[in-house]
Design a protein around this ligand. Structure first.
Ligand code: PBG
Length: 324
């Protein structure tokens, strides 16, 4: 054979493969989600998320110090609210002494440079486990947006660098941006969950926070996974309303959406490699059916290749250890 082009030349050795690799993971890619609990010295392993813990604030601080030392620059906070604080208004979400607000301050004090992003949605505080206020069996939009604005301002007041609305209500990005401007929080960013699908892959997360919806599902606000154009519409609107970073969620079953969004918007795109995606790899590895380390790196690299500038993943710490 006399071939003009031999593609295998560029795959022949580890040296040439690494030189021509189009994508590589770095610690700058990752956002580490953290689950926070009341109490001290609490480390609760989430049953459906092996080796992932809900920590009290003191242990969260230790974890944040470790993450920073590994080169991870950002954490995304979720709290497990006590049952007695839950209602249908979500008012615990903007309690200045609430668990989230205390956690933000404690992390800022301990590791001032760590970027703190906070989940903004009412589900941890809702007696119904829904992201918004419920009326006659429906999740009502505009009253919920007012609550999310209060929640966002309260996080900004406590020291959050970015608020991350994950609720999928209409108009919340514009309302939050306007309120941040009005209150002079001009350095606080918004990472919008712009294309968030109604997904079964959030199951383990709802175990982690005991936040599963008490009735129905989230399909009247989260998106239908059959849709692609709708993701573009949602994301363009969020950018217009003032989102600094947009997010696609989940990640691996939505790589096409990540790429579409990346090609469409001029802001950084993040992807959320969610709890169910973590659980799948952990479970298969435990059975001996997948090589865990290889599955992690291949999955995260594929998310980056699809177009994600940032990846929120429960594997952040492990991935950084693997690539270093
Ligand atoms: C709450 C929220 C959820 C997740 C992030 N924020 C759950 C949901 O929408 O039901 C899921 C994260 C994960 O599964 O890792 N609004």
């Amino acid at each position: 054979m006399h071939l003009q082009r031999r593609n295998r030349i560029l795959r022949a050795t580890p040296a040439i493969r690494s030189m021509v690799a189009e994508n590589a993971l770095t610690p700058n890619d990752f956002i580490a989600p953290l689950f926070i609990d009341e109490g001290t010295n609490v480390a609760y392993e989430i049953p459906s998320m092996p080796n992932y813990f809900r920590y009290s604030i003191d242990l969260t601080i230790k974890e944040v110090k470790l993450l920073w030392s590994l080169g991870i620059k950002s954490v995304l906070l979720f709290v497990k609210a006590k049952d007695e604080t839950k209602d249908n208004t979500g008012k615990e979400a903007w309690n200045p002494d609430g668990l989230m607000q205390r956690a933000i301050k404690a992390i800022k004090d301990a590791v001032p440079e760590m970027l703190i992003m906070t989940d903004v949605a009412l589900d941890p505080y809702s007696i119904y486990g829904h992201d918004g206020i419920v009326k006659d069996g429906e999740i009502i939009n505009d009253a919920t947006v007012e609550a999310l604005v209060k929640m966002s301002l309260s996080h900004a007041q406590a020291g959050a660098d970015f608020v991350a609305p994950s609720d999928m209500m209409d108009g919340r990005i514009g309302a939050i941006r306007e309120a941040l401007e009005h209150e002079n929080f001009t350095n606080v960013g918004i990472m919008s969950y712009s294309a968030k699908y109604a997904s079964c892959f959030y199951g383990p997360f709802r175990d982690a926070l005991d936040s599963a919806p008490g009735f129905g599902d989230k399909k009247t606000y989260q998106m239908d996974y059959a849709n692609r154009k709708e993701a573009i519409k949602e994301t363009l609107m969020d950018v217009e309303e003032g989102a600094d970073i947009v997010m696609v969620k989940p990640a691996m079953a939505y790589l096409d959406i990540i790429r579409e969004i990346k090609n469409t918007v001029d802001v950084p795109v993040s992807a959320y490699h969610v709890s169910g995606e973590y659980a799948m790899i952990k479970a298969a590895a435990k059975m001996g059916w997948l090589n865990e380390e290889k599955a992690i790196i291949e999955s995260l690299t594929s998310i980056k290749r699809a177009g994600a500038d940032l990846i929120a993943t429960y594997f952040a710490k492990q991935a950084v250890q693997l690539i270093s």
